[in-house]
Design a protein around this ligand. Structure first.
Ligand code: PEP
Ligand code: MG
Length: 758
């Protein structure tokens, strides 16, 4: 491992800073001294500290070199000027000609026009920017990477002092007020459905690193090594525990995570930080901060996941270094018994540190539906809402929080009425669950005798028990990409076959429709790097990748044929846009079937090949398409996304257009008619199928097979059993050309008039 020699200079500087911080004087006097020392040490004419106030204003709080009158007067918004850019991007800038930079903003009161060069770094704490530290030089100067690194280390020391109130009173910096005590609602994205109410617990580092500067790097290195060894033992124990059972993709995720603890780059950066004069704790903290800051800028979901894993590990390591690890895991006695856990982001193992019996819900400021922590939360059956902006600014530990994950909302400090409403809804739900349990054995048949097939969507082995629990007719959509995403390498044919075999075994006589890999877009595989795309949802994804990389598709089809081993097999292709794409995919399938036959292996007893309808273009070519497929399945999530040109993952537009808009229903009506004319079996497997009112509309249009999230089976079945189809079909047909944005109200009225709960 490459350890740079300890720079005595940098260690000496950190010691001096520590002495000043601990020394006499007001906060302002100490901060003034700090900037003077840094300027001297960095051989810069200017050193300034800007701190974040009121959310997005960076205020000049101390300077050596700029006009003293500018202190507490010069203010920049995040993103404004070079300082604002450093704050907004959380990345350092080192410029020999600062004024040539397009973001340079001249502030006459500072007198900074004479300074040519500028190096600035964010002051980061827990991955968040709390200020910016800048040095400037009159003459053009090239700052080296080592200098940037040194300034970052200083910024880190400053961050802790700012946070502890050691330099400036925190009240001064973040005036509290406004909504801080009022009930209000925050919106996010639904990652796992459910409803819960509980007490906010902020998942923040529970370890505050107070000793930052060390004299003896060798000793710190030794401490780090010991803590690492302890952490490995403890991790092995945690991963062996049986909270989650031993099968399922979450286990694979956790095992990959375990491997990250041995990542050489990660360990190397910690050793480097120790060499620069930090204690082992501070070194781990620094690397953690760096990772968190980088993570907030990375869009690639896979890399973000990896970084979240590393952050999780760093926290764990800190607990070992501080001797906290021996305490009952997150079992601090003061934790409430009804935890609504709030985190910016989280690694999968961190969630397991909390007592499952106390966990009510998880709310993330970031996160994604397929994030490792989300998958583990799903395995634990905890509602999850993610991407809740400014979560930490609005919620304080100990607040009551109601989480309505079904509607992707959280209610902070809900009013008494609201709390009662949630509690009533929870009680209602459990009694309804009981009803659904009773319904499980009854058929989904309308009052006028029309049978509707209700199937579940699945993607992980842990979804399969839902087949029995709900009494569903089968799996209408098995998303094969999820297990691929949780791995570091492409699974072999045999590994894939083993997985599909288990799915088929558990399904027994019930149909399972396997969808071939729907990767690309935002579902990236680490071992299949793609170029960065402007519009990934419309980019190189799904069938497009499969046809360009046919061996990947061939391997998957081979695995499916092997897994079927003489049983029926149903396979469909995602994101098909033309009949020729489907034909090409079918040809590849035929090649695999021929290969199987040539090797005298068992062929599926019956093979059905279908396509999803997710790209609107297909809707105008259904006749020829139907002649080439055995079935069709509408992927309404993508179909609506492309029909309305609305990004399904963008909360600002995702709900702007209703799936029950006349245009959407007309489009679905066209599909139903074409499929009926061709005699092609049709189903729908987007989220739409799982809402009782949407399902009612779909059945009214003519859909007879609906595949949905397992928890929707009960409510949809109870709707079906109260439905009279003929009047509904007439009711919808008469309204398909109404000049309204949505038929939702009209459909709700129909339901009300007919005593149907939707
Ligand atoms: C859909 O698009 O409706 C669908 C079922 O596929 P996915 O949600 O996996 O994109
Ligand atoms: Mg889709």
């Amino acid at each position: 491992m490459d350890h740079r020699p300890a720079t005595t200079g940098s260690r000496r500087l950190l010691s001096r800073l520590r002495d000043v911080m601990a020394g006499p004087g007001t906060a302002q006097q100490r901060l003034d001294k700090v900037v003077r020392i840094i300027a001297g040490d960095m051989v810069a004419e200017v050193c300034s500290v800007y701190l974040l106030r009121a959310g997005d204003i960076l205020e000049l709080c101390a300077t050596e070199g700029l006009a003293p009158e500018a202190v507490h007067h010069t203010r920049l918004r995040l993103g404004e000027g070079l300082v604002g850019v450093i704050g907004a991007t959380a990345r350092p800038l080192a410029l020999s000609d600062a004024q040539a930079h397009p973001s340079f903003a001249y502030r006459p009161e500072t007198g900074e026009e004479i300074y040519h060069s500028l190096m600035g770094v964010p002051i980061l704490r827990q991955g968040k920017v709390s200020g910016v530290l800048v040095v400037q030089n009159q003459a053009p100067r090239h700052y080296t990477d080592d200098e940037v690194e040194a300034l970052e280390t200083i910024a880190m020391v400053l961050a802790e002092l700012v946070a502890s109130g050691g330099l400036v009173s925190p009240d001064e910096l973040h005036p509290v007020g406004g909504i801080a005590t009022l009930p209000h609602r925050l919106d996010g994205v639904r990652f796992n459905p459910g409803l819960a109410i509980g007490t906010a617990v902020l998942h923040e580092p529970d370890i505050v690193v107070t000793k930052l500067i060390a004299e003896d790097p060798a000793k710190e290195r030794q401490r780090l090594e010991t803590a690492l060894a302890e952490m490995h033992v403890a991790l092995d124990r945690l991963l062996r525990s049986d909270v989650l059972g031993d099968s399922g993709e979450h286990r694979e995720i956790l095992e990959t995570y375990r491997l990250f603890a041995e990542d050489r780059g990660w360990l190397g950066r910690m050793h480097e930080a120790i060499s620069s004069g930090l204690t082992a704790e501070a070194a781990v903290q620094k690397v953690r901060e760096d990772t968190a800051a980088r993570m907030s800028k990375v869009m690639d979901p896979y890399i973000r996941e990896r970084m979240a894993d590393l952050e999780d590990l760093a926290m764990r390591l800190l607990r070992h270094l501080s001797g906290e690890a021996g305490r009952p895991v997150r079992g601090r006695a003061e934790l409430p018994a009804d935890i609504v856990l709030l985190a910016r982001n989280m690694g999968p193992a961190e969630l397991l540190d909390y007592d499952r019996r106390c966990l009510r819900a998880l709310v993330l400021e970031e996160g994604s539906a397929n994030a490792h922590v989300t998958i583990v939360a799903r395995a634990l059956d905890i509602p999850v809402v993610g991407r809740v902006a400014s979560l930490f600014a609005d919620v304080v530990a100990g607040d009551q929080v109601a989480v309505d994950a079904d509607n992707a909302q959280i209610f902070v400090r809900p009013s008494e009425d609201m709390q009662q409403a949630v509690e009533r809804a929870l009680a209602d739900r459990s009694s309804r669950q009981e009803q659904y349990r009773i319904l499980k054995a009854l058929p989904a048949v309308t009052l006028d005798g029309v049978a509707v097939r209700l199937m579940i969507n699945a993607g992980l082995l842990l979804d399969l028990p839902a087949l029995d629990e709900t009494g569903a007719d089968g799996i209408g959509l098995y998303r094969t990409e999820l297990p691929f995403m949780a791995r570091a390498t492409f699974p072999s044919v045999e590994e894939q076959a083993e997985l599909y075999r288990r799915v088929l075994d558990q399904a027994g006589d019930r149909t399972v429709v396997f969808r071939t890999l729907d990767i690309g877009g935002d579902k990236l595989l680490p071992y299949l790097p793609g170029a960065k795309e402007e519009n990934p949802a419309m980019g190189w994804r799904a069938i497009r990748i499969a046809l360009d990389r046919p061996s990947m598709l061939r391997h998957q089809l081979r695995a499916l044929i092997l897994a079927a081993d003489g049983r029926p097999l149903d396979v469909m292709f995602p994101m098909v846009a033309t009949v020729t794409e489907l034909a090409a995919a079918r040809r590849i399938f035929d090649l695999e079937l021929e290969r199987t036959a040539a090797r005298r292996r068992t062929l599926p007893s019956r093979l059905r090949v279908g396509t999803m309808i997710e790209v609107p273009a297909l809707v105008w070519h259904l006749g020829p398409l139907c002649r080439k497929v055995d079935f069709l399945s509408v992927g309404s999530n993508d179909l609506m996304q492309f029909l309305f040109a609305k990004d399904r993952g963008n909360p600002r537009v995702a709900d702007r257009y209703d799936d029950l808009a006349p245009a959407a229903l007309n489009c679905l009506d066209t599909i139903v008619r074409a499929a009926a004319m061709a005699g092609t079996p049709l189903s729908i497997c987007g989220e739409m199928a799982g809402g009782p009112i949407e399902a009612m509309a779909l059945i009214g249009l003519g859909f007879r097979t609906l595949s949905m999230t397992p928890s929707a089976i009960g409510p949809v079945k109870s709707m079906v059993r109260r439905l009279e189809l003929a009047p509904l079909a007439r009711y919808i047909a008469e309204r398909l050309n109404d000049p309204v944005a949505s038929l939702r109200d009209a459909l709700a009225e129909f339901a009300r008039d007919h005593g149907i709960a939707v």
